[in-house]
Design a protein around this ligand. Structure first.
Ligand SMILES: Cc1cc2nc3c(=O)[nH]c(=O)nc-3n(C[C@H](O)[C@H](O)[C@H](O)COP(=O)(O)OP(=O)(O)OC[C@H]3O[C@@H](n4cnc5c(N)ncnc54)[C@H](O)[C@@H]3O)c2cc1C
Length: 527
């Protein structure tokens, strides 16, 4: 069969759409195939409740690369970021609360309520993270070097990275290595004494991970909050106007304007391979489509295990891939509300504290105990809640006078030791609601409707293996030049003409767009 398309993009997540934009802009004939009824993957807006624009999965942005926003003129195509200030609110069981960022004076004042020493230390802590982020951030938009078969370009990039770390000096380098490999808890304990502050920062360290802050690898996520930006302001997180789907809708519009074709409800059942090279795909309807190259935006398990014939991959790669962890303990609840939660700590109607992320996790031990349940295959008896009310900043996402809440919850292990998620999820959601009600007693009676997405639902709806929101754990052994497998971190796979363009590849999960962009550049450089 003659190749009909230059590139077939398997999956229309934000990364697949970024790849489609760049290839189509370069004049390639591009086809995007998405199994769902809409594009966007985990970055979508859906009218789950009548009149509401629900960001079903991902709900806040800071990481999406500004270069891509500018380059693809996404703002001119409907993408708008709405800054959140303050960025977080942590009520405590004794009726106090902590508001934070990005306003430095407010943060200092608020932390001082708990510890003057911590308030003074906080800017230094942020600077420490920023120093690490400055070294690492450029690597996000680079093809990681090949450690197994390095060419001149790989050696040069390793040398440059080494030099950047070297410049930090002994103290800076030691701190960086601890952030990259260590546990969040000892770092936070060393810097701070007040529990609400440590818990607020500790939540960030475990978000999306099946891990407690005392476990190695969690510190890596700490500097995510200083790595991104909103409208040029570093570390500021934002809502996307109209919901996260406005980003992927804008990307789809741009891709189509460059000539790409996008088909939804088009599930790929098989990637066809001849003589070690990908030649196209077969849809679940049996339709065969040929392409010069195939770029998979699906995760590694779906791409390599489900869509390739057994025996297609070299055993070495297949074995390494099969050990990728897809463990997950994330559950998401989207809630339609008649009014905002009225917190005992800051009573009243809509206030500044409703604008950012509301943390229900008063101290580090609390998070550790939440995790303890999950490690024995149980849902947390006192879960960790991260709640956001986008409607407070962006009234367009809820009917007039009503509100929308996103609840990102841990820990809800994919593999339950007893029962199953279809029966357990509503019971667990009730527990989460009871918990929030302890802090905001009007909450339960303000609920109009809710959507509970267990880890199993995340897998069924979004194709995320194990419900893992990052396309596989972001542990040190699967980051940068080790993601997804050492020696194969350059978006190419052992199958010629088969590329990975999504979060399975560097820099991993999150709405970043870098994997899609880096992959497109690799392809365009190659041809
Ligand atoms: C509940 C939840 C909350 C999150 N919150 C945030 C957040 O607030 N901020 C943030 O930055 N990140 C967040 N994340 C992480 C982030 O959303 C993801 O890491 C990111 O969206 C992944 O993008 P992607 O393009 O790489 O892949 P995906 O978005 O997973 O897209 C892959 C696409 O491929 C499609 N596909 C799979 N198999 C096939 C097939 N066989 N045929 C055709 N199509 C197929 C899927 O349907 C999907 O559309 C969250 C994730 C989840 C699940």
């Amino acid at each position: 069969m003659a190749a009909l398309y230059d590139a077939i993009i398997l999956g229309a997540g934000h990364n697949g759409l970024v790849t489609a934009c760049y290839l189509a802009r370069a004049g390639w004939k591009v086809l995007v195939l998405e199994r769902r009824y809409l594009v966007g993957g985990a970055c979508v807006t859906e009218e789950t409740f009548p009149g509401y624009k629900v960001s079903t999965a991902a709900y806040v942005n800071s990481l999406f690369r500004p270069e891509i926003i500018r380059d693809l003129k996404l703002k001119e195509n409907g993408f708008e970021l709405l800054e959140r200030s303050p960025s977080s609110f942590t009520p405590t069981p004794d009726g106090r609360s902590l508001l934070m960022g990005p306003d430095a004076e407010l943060t200092h004042r608020e932390i001082s309520k708990f510890s003057k020493k911590d308030a003074d230390a906080y800017p230094k802590y942020e600077k420490m993270l920023l120093d690490v982020a400055r070294v690492l951030e450029p690597t996000l938009v680079q093809r990681p070097p090949n450690l197994l078969n390095p060419g001149l370009r790989d050696l040069w990039s390793m040398y440059n990275l080494g030099r950047s770390f070297q410049k930090m000096g002994a103290d800076g380098l030691t701190q960086s290595l601890e952030v990259l490999t260590g546990a969040a808890r000892p770092i936070l304990e060393r810097w701070f004494e007040s529990e609400p502050l440590k818990a607020t920062l500790g939540t960030d360290a475990v978000i999306g991970a099946f891990a407690a802050p005392s476990m190695p690898g969690t510190a890596y996520v700490l500097f995510h909050h200083v790595m991104g930006e909103t409208n040029g302001k570093r570390g500021v997180w934002a809502y996307v106007k109209g919901g996260m789907g406005s980003l992927t809708q804008a990307l789809a519009k741009v891709a189509v304007s460059f000539g790409a074709t996008i088909r939804t409800e088009a599930e790929v059942a098989k990637i066809t391979v001849k003589a070690g090279a990908a030649t196209g795909v077969v849809l679940s309807t049996g339709e065969e489509i040929a392409g010069r190259i195939v770029c998979s935006n699906a995760d590694g398990h779906v791409t390599f295990k489900k869509l390739l014939e057994p025996g297609t991959l070299p055993p070495d790669f297949e074995n390494a891939m099969s050990r990728m962890s897809y463990e997950s303990a994330t559950l998401k609840i989207n809630v339609a509300l008649s009014e905002v939660p009225n917190f005992t700590a800051l009573p009243g109607g809509v206030g500044a504290h409703h604008r950012g992320t509301i943390h229900i996790s008063p101290d580090l031990d609390y998070i550790e105990r939440s995790y303890d349940d999950a490690k024995y295959g149980k849902t947390s008896s006192r879960p960790m809640l991260e709640c956001c009310l986008p409607s407070v900043v962006d009234p367009s996402v809820a009917p007039p006078g009503q509100h929308l809440m996103s609840m990102f919850i841990q820990y809800a292990p994919y593999k339950l030791r007893e029962g199953n998620w279809d029966t357990e999820k509503e019971i667990f959601a009730d527990r989460c609601f009871d918990l929030l009600n302890e802090y905001a007693p009007n909450f339960k009676k303000s609920v109009i409707a809710r959507q509970v997405l267990s880890p199993v639902d995340l897998e069924r709806i979004f194709g995320l293996t194990g419900g893992n929101i990052f396309h596989g754990a972001m542990n040190l052994d699967r980051l940068f030049m080790l993601r997804p497998v050492v020696g194969h971190s350059g978006y190419r796979t052992p199958i010629r003409n088969l590329f990975l363009c999504g979060s399975a590849a560097h820099p991993g999960g999150g709405v970043i767009g870098a994997a899609g962009w880096n992959c497109a550049r690799e392809i365009l450089n190659r041809w």
